[in-house]
Design a protein. Structure first.
Length: 173
């Protein structure tokens, strides 16, 4: 008895789209994601082992893990913007005439750009205050700006990705 043939694409399966060509390679975000996830796994695994064998835990792991999760979210946000996978109402964004789809894509990328420029400016002020007042982290006691400096850096990166998407959507004919 022969098995029935499966369709090439299963119902409900998401379509896989190749990445668009960008000036800054998308592999940067992909590799940063891999590195951050590996660090999170190693830190967590080491803490589990230490807890199991000594009934103690590394005090610094929670603080570092939270920082790495925030970095991971920002890196993933950058990749999502570059791949045009940010949150949107797909009914409006993916339906209708081509000119409207392009206009909505450009409007959305422009709004993401403006949002992350504002976040970059405001988070730069936070970093400045952290340096000015000598804030230190509660767990390890390192300067808190070591953690907060990445917010404006990643916000500028996301704004750059959004600007690139805005330009690419304008070039499409």
């Amino acid at each position: 008895m022969a098995l029935p043939e499966l369709p090439e694409e299963l119902p409900g399966e998401a379509e896989v789209h190749p990445d668009e060509v960008t000036r800054v390679p998308l592999a940067i975000e992909d590799w940063l994601t891999v590195i951050v996830m590996a660090l999170l796994a190693l830190i967590t695994f080491a803490n589990v082992l230490v807890r199991y064998f000594t009934s103690q835990s590394f005090a610094w792991t929670e603080e570092l893990s939270i920082f790495l999760m925030i970095v991971l979210a920002l890196v993933a946000g950058s990749a999502a913007v570059a791949r045009n996978r940010q949150i949107r109402i797909e009914y409006f964004a993916d339906n209708g005439p081509e000119w409207r789809q392009r206009a909505l894509a450009r409007f959305g990328s422009l709004m993401v750009f403006l949002l992350f420029v504002i976040i970059a400016v405001l988070s730069t002020r936070v970093v400045y205050d952290d340096i000015k007042f000598g804030e230190t982290s509660p767990g390890i006691g390192v300067p808190i700006w070591w953690y907060t400096i990445w917010m404006p850096v990643m916000s500028v990166a996301i704004a750059g990705r959004a600007l690139g998407l805005f330009i690419r959507r304008g070039r499409r004919s």
